[in-house]
Write a protein that binds this ligand. Structure first.
Ligand code: ADP
Ligand code: MG
Ligand code: MG
Length: 249
């Protein structure tokens, strides 16, 4: 599904990604854990196609297609979705309106017909139930004044509606209390299917008690330095990241 080979990226004159190698097969959930500032968000931005980053080496394939040749909209149309660590506020646009526009843009890019408003309302209701999203929240401008939990629930709702094949969740647990973490995790787990892959980026092990990954990767100084099963996350939690600093890829 996703293949990252020797990916190097810089911002201004600073190299942040220093040779990332990662393969996520269809249907698998992989976690990337690493200390603050190690370059995890940079990896997610580079995959989503955010400007500002210069790719200096390497390649990324999504289902065999060269992702780095596509603009952000083409990447989304190809089935990539990024849930941001810091969701963007869009004043003046009701969440519902935003979601419908995003969904129809996606359908158009895939050559599908626009979804009617009643069909859209039904889809939102179905997807929103697990996420405990009510109509009042959807009438408010996207993310404006949303609590940490509301922002993350809105991100996962968007993910559910767009039906991506590759989901990247960047610190979806940050800013969540235990109850919100459970709601968000339940929403994410409901989206796990045999054909959909996920890259779950986190700083803390606790998220992985709720979204249990198939593989855990340790990220340090711009690359993956160790990979293992879910117990690797427990080992990291117990010992900290220091043991992995300077480790060879
Ligand atoms: P993480 O998500 O693992 O905490 P980031 O990818 O956010 O790490 O950041 C990695 C490094 O890149 C940090 O040292 C950060 O200061 C630097 N960085 C991120 N964005 C920029 C930017 N726009 N300009 C310069 N340095 C940046
Ligand atoms: Mg950070
Ligand atoms: Mg980050």
């Amino acid at each position: 599904m996703l293949e990252i080979r020797n990916l190097h990226a810089r911002i201004e004159d600073r190299e942040i990604l220093k040779g990332v190698n990662l393969i996520i097969p269809p249907g698998e959930v992989h976690a990337v854990m690493g200390r603050n500032g190690s370059g995890k968000s940079t990896l997610s931005y580079v995959l989503a196609g955010k400007e500002d980053y210069e790719i200096t080496e390497g390649e990324v394939l999504l289902d065999g297609e060269n992702l780095l040749d596509m603009d952000p909209a083409e990447r989304a149309a190809a089935g990539l979705f990024l849930a941001f660590q810091y969701p963007i506020e869009i004043p003046g646009v009701a969440t519902m309106t935003f979601l419908k526009a995003a969904m129809n843009a996606q359908r158009k890019a895939r050559g599908e017909a626009e979804m009617s408003t009643p069909d859209f309302m039904r889809a939102v209701k179905t997807a929103g139930t697990d996420l405990q999203i009510d109509t009042a929240m959807l009438k408010r401008p996207l993310n404006v004044g949303f609590s940490g939990g509301e922002k993350k629930r809105a991100e996962v709702l968007q993910m559910a509606l767009l039906e991506p094949k590759m989901c990247i969740l960047d610190e979806t647990d940050s800013g969540l209390d235990i109850d919100a973490l459970q709601v968000v995790s339940k929403g994410v787990n409901a989206l796990r299917t045999a054909g959909r892959s996920m890259l779950v980026i986190t700083h803390y092990q606790r998220l992985l008690n709720h979204i249990v990954p198939d593989v855990v990767h340790v990220f340090s100084d711009g690359k993956i330095v160790e990979s293992g099963d879910k117990d690797l996350a427990l080992k990291l939690e117990a010992k900290g990241y220091a043991d992995f600093d300077g480790a060879a890829a």
